[in-house]
Design a protein around this ligand. Sequence first.
Ligand code: NAD
Ligand code: GLY
Length: 361
Amino acid sequence: MRTLTVELPGGAYEIRIGDGLLAELGAMLLPFHGEETPVVVVTDENVWSHYRAPLAASLAAAGIAFVPAVCPPGETNKSMDGLERLYDVFAKAGLPRGGLVVAFGGGVVGDLAGFAAATWMRGVQLVQVPTTLLAQVDSSVGGKTAVNHAHGKNLIGAFYQPKLVVVDPETLRTLPAREVRGGMAEVIKYGAIRSKSLFDTLDGDMKPAALAEIIEACCRIKSEIVVRDERDFGERMLLNFGHTFGHAIERRHGFGHYTHGEAVAFGMVVAARLGERLALTQPGAADALRRLLARHRLAPDYPEPPVVLAPAMASDKKSGGRGVRLVLLRRIGEAFTQEMRFDDIEAALALLGAAPQVFSQ
Ligand code: NAD
Ligand code: GLY
C-alpha cells in the first residue's frame, strides 16, 4: 500500500493507494465510525452493480452496519434534486453529527456525497473511495464538493476535506474504456503542468502494475498544490490546464457529446498551441502533448478552428469579467497562469487556424 498525507491547517488526512484495498475498507473506517449509528454509503447504480458484494463483505468483516444510498448514474444527478434525495436517506438513517458518509464512485458521486456531507448537520465525516481514474487522480483529493445549477456546473459547493481517501486501482477493471481514456487526459495534465518525468513515463512502455505508481504521482502533485493553495486563489488554478478551452468545448457541443476528459485533451492542445503562438511556450510542447494523447487513444485535435470557442468562453458564468486567468505551459512539466482579456484570446486563437492534421508519431 502507498500512503500520502495531505497536511492541511484544518487537519491532515491520508490517501491510501493499493490493489485490493476495497477488502480492507471496513477496517479503515473503524476510527471514524460511531458504533451506534450506521454509515451511509453513497454510490451509483453502475458502481453498485459491480461492487455491492465486496463492499458489503468488507464492512461486515469490520462489524460496520451501513445504509446504501444508490443514485442514478450521470452528471444530471449532481443536482439539488439529487442532493435532496440524499438528505432523505440521511434523515431516515438517523445520520447524526459525527456520523460518517462514504462516497463510493466516480467524481459525480464524490462531489454530490461530499457536498451532502459538508452540509448535513453543518458537516459530518466524509471518506472518499473513488472508482474512476478521474476520481482516483483528481476529484477525491483536495476537498472540492459541489452540485450543479441551471446557471452552470459546480455553482453550489463547499471546500470540505475528507477524513481519508482509499484508492483501489483494481476497481478500474470494470470502468468503460472511454472513461479510462478520459481519466488519462487528467493524468497527462499532471505531467504537462508539473512533472516531465511522469510525462516521460506515460510515453514509455507502461505495464498495468505501473498504474498505482502513476495514481500516486498524480495524487502527490495534487496534494502538494492543495496544501499550498487550498482555496484555489493561486497555484491550484494550474490544475485547470486545458479546462478553460475544454469547458468551452463542452458548452459549445452540449454536455455529454464529448466526455470531460476528451474536451480537456483538446483544450490542453489548444492552450499549448496558443502559448507557442504567443512565444510563451517552448516550441514543440504542443506536438509532444498531441503525440502522448494520441498514444493513449485520445483525439488530440479539436476538429474546428479554435477561434469558434471564443463566444463559449466569454459566456462562462464563472468567468465573470472581461477576461480569464489562462493556464499556459512554459515547457512540458512547467505551467503558469496569465491574465488575458477575451478579445486578446480571440485574436490569438484566430491566428491558430485548424490544427495540423498530420504529425509524426
Ligand atoms: P462519473 O462519476 O459520472 O463516472 C463515470 C461513469 O463511470 C458513470 O457512469 C459511473 O457510473 C461509472 N463508474 C464509476 N466507477 C465505475 C467502475 N469502477 N466500474 C464501472 N463503472 C464505473 O464521472 P467522473 O469522470 O468520475 O467524474 C466527473 C465529475 O467529477 C464531474 O461532475 C466533475 O465536475 C467532477 N470533478 C470534480 C473535481 C473535484 O476536484 N471535486 C475534479 C474533477 C472533476
Ligand atoms: N480539479 C481541480 C481542483 O481540484 O482544483
